[in-house]
Design a protein around this ligand. Structure first.
Ligand code: F6P
Length: 589
């Protein structure tokens, strides 16, 4: 029989003692690395001792309140549901269904202060090179800065550069949308194909889907990312090359997947037209920081939209990488999206930590990750237009904070980035919600919903939103054995039908999904990631973890040719798999 007490124990899963041991190591390392720390650009004002104490205070607090239930907390404070809300830039965050009390929030804010979050935010906005492993500034906030703002990198104001590219994008997007930009044979562009991967794909495709309601419907958009030829073949199936525009989106213009797809696009285009290379200029444009490689590929750099090394790939959807978005929704609505981003930037920079929405969300995720052993966070948008939002957030969160060493290069003393995943509601309810409600893991959830739908038909929207409210209520308060019994459930089935509850969630509500709102929502998560990275003392802006596999793949590609006899020097498993592939490939011809 499940009792409430037993059930809390099984999902609390505190890892306090492991954390304690790690913190001691971290503290000692921190003290010995003190001198080194001064050299970094993210030098925090909190000493290693203060940071250590802030973590320890939370640990002691967790030991006291970690088993408290949401049911108790709500019973103690009838105003909790209204009190624990925060509004910023049209987004309401209800964080009352989190396993926190006022003291928890105070201690979490103290942790952020000890980590030097305020100073780190300023360092980012001031163009300091806070991406220390690549010696780069981190300035996606400059991509949405108003024209008159001054943000300098190495003494150069980058804001005019940003607006010059935005103006060039706007002129081009307007021409494509109006039909003034025509293909080589004078025909209007009907399909835009964005070729890119990672940040050069996930942001554009997410934004296209999110803002579909606002798009020009006589233009079709296709997103090709995977090096699997199927993606390209299916994406271009039935397209008329004379009416197709390819946007080759790659910050580096060297990414294997994107360059392979770009070359296939070039071949496809030449094969299906009269093969005149001069026509390329009307059907291919590049979005990149690498003019040399763009020219080498054969795209006129006059048809290139640039950006800068201080824009990380996963933070680039509002740079030139967003050209497909701008063509789809038009320059004015793109501008509204940028204004939404900027408004949330200002909130993040100026709001006190305790009333700062991205900070609060970042700290709550740290509370669950480091004190409750939560390993994942579910992102559950109740809006079909946000169907690619969880996928977009996967890169943003996990490529940023999937790190195991501190800024000083020491092994971290705490857990870092959780796994982010999700699906739009209500689909997910009929798939994985079972585990969130009755499984043994604690999975904090972010529910995202809107007061007003863009497609009001029948009662759909009320039904959709009723599910948001029902799910967060069920997760928080569950259903006791007594309640189940009172419904006349046979004794043997009671344990199966008990909902432990006490499962935390955030609810984010906004009026309606507009370009501006989307910008604010994305910036909210960008800055939540920043908060996490700062508290964990890691570099959220590099991605060395993707390198090893890339290098090995480049080497192995050459070894798959059955007409050569390479001296395979991998482990026995990899050698065997390569041999099998070579044999099958030879047999298949
Ligand atoms: O996956 C690694 C990565 O470098 C991402 O950070 C980036 O968004 C993606 O590859 C694509 O890179 P590029 O825009 O240079 O082609």
């Amino acid at each position: 029989m499940f009792t409430d007490a037993a059930s809390y124990g099984c999902i609390v899963g505190t890892r306090a003692s492991a954390l304690s041991a790690q913190l001691c190591k971290w503290f000692n390392d921190g003290v010995s690395a003190g001198a080194k720390k001064e050299d970094t650009h993210m030098a925090a004002p909190g000493t290693a001792e203060q940071r250590h104490n802030a973590w320890k205070a939370l640990e002691a607090h967790h030991a006291q309140v970690g088993t408290a239930t949401l049911k108790e907390m709500f019973a103690q404070d009838p105003k909790r549901g209204k009190r624990m809300t925060l509004t910023a830039e049209g987004i309401l965050l209800d964080y009352s269904k989190n396993r926190v009390n006022d003291e928890t929030l105070k201690l979490l804010t103290g942790l952020a202060e000890a980590a030097g979050l305020k100073q780190s935010i300023e360092a980012m906005f001031n163009g300091e090179k806070i991406n220390i492993t690549e010696n780069r500034a981190v300035l996606h906030v400059a991509l949405r800065a108003p024209k008159d703002e001054v943000i300098e990198v190495d003494g150069h104001n980058v804001v005019p550069d940003v607006h010059e590219v935005l103006d060039k994008m706007a002129a081009f997007a307007t021409r494509v949308r109006s039909g003034d930009w025509v293909g080589a044979t004078g025909r209007r562009i009907k399909t835009v194909v964005n070729i890119g991967i990672g940040g050069s794909d996930l942001g554009p495709v997410m934004a296209y889907e999110a803002l579909k309601h606002y798009t020009q419907r006589d233009l079709a958009f296709v997103f090709v990312s995977n090096v699997d030829g199927t993606d390209f073949v299916e994406g271009t199936l039935g397209l008329d090359p004379h009416e197709t525009l390819f946007l080759i989106a790659s910050k580096t213009f060297t990414t294997l997947e994107t360059m392979t797809n770009a070359h296939s696009a070039r071949e496809w285009f030449l094969k299906n037209t009269d093969g005149d290379e001069k026509a390329i200029a009307k059907h291919f444009v590049a979005i990149s920081t690498n003019a040399k490689e763009v020219a080498k590929f054969g795209i006129d750099t006059a048809n290139m939209f640039g950006f800068w090394d201080w824009v990380g790939g996963r933070y680039s959807m509002d740079s030139a990488i967003g050209l497909s978005t701008m063509i789809a929704v038009g320059p004015d609505q793109f501008k509204e999206m940028l204004e939404g981003f900027h408004a949330m930037d200002v909130h993040f920079r100026t709001a006190p930590l305790a009333q700062n929405m991205p900070v609060l969300m970042g700290l709550l995720s740290i509370w669950y990750t480091d004190y409750f052993d939560a390993q994942t966070v579910a992102i559950l948008p109740y809006d079909q237009y946000l169907k690619r939002f969880p996928a977009y957030l996967q890169q943003l969160t996990m490529e940023s904070n999937g790190k195991h060493v501190t800024l000083e290069g020491d092994h971290v003393g705490t857990e870092t980035g959780p796994v982010y995943w999700g699906e739009p509601g209500t689909n997910g309810q009929h798939s994985f919600y079972q585990l969130i409600h009755q499984g043994t893991r604690l999975i904090p959830c972010d529910f995202i919903g809107f007061y007003k739908t863009l497609n009001p038909i029948g009662h759909h929207h009320d039904i959709l939103m009723a599910n948001v409210f029902a799910q967060t209520e069920a997760l928080a308060f569950g259903k006791t054995a007594e309640q189940v019994k009172a419904e006349g459930t046979p004794d043997n089935l009671v344990p199966h039908r008990v909902f432990e509850g006490n499962r935390p969630s955030n609810t984010l509500l906004a009026d309606t999904l507009t370009p501006r709102l989307l910008g604010s929502l994305i910036a909210l998560y960008e800055h939540m990631v920043f908060t996490q990275g700062c508290v964990w003392n890691i570099d959220s802006f590099d991605q060395w973890g993707v390198e090893l596999g890339k290098v090995l793949a480049q080497k192995i590609v050459g070894e798959l040719d059955p007409t050569t006899t390479p001296d395979l020097k991998h482990d026995s498993s990899t050698n065997h798999l390569i041999q099998l592939y070579r044999q099958k490939k030879a047999a298949n011809g």
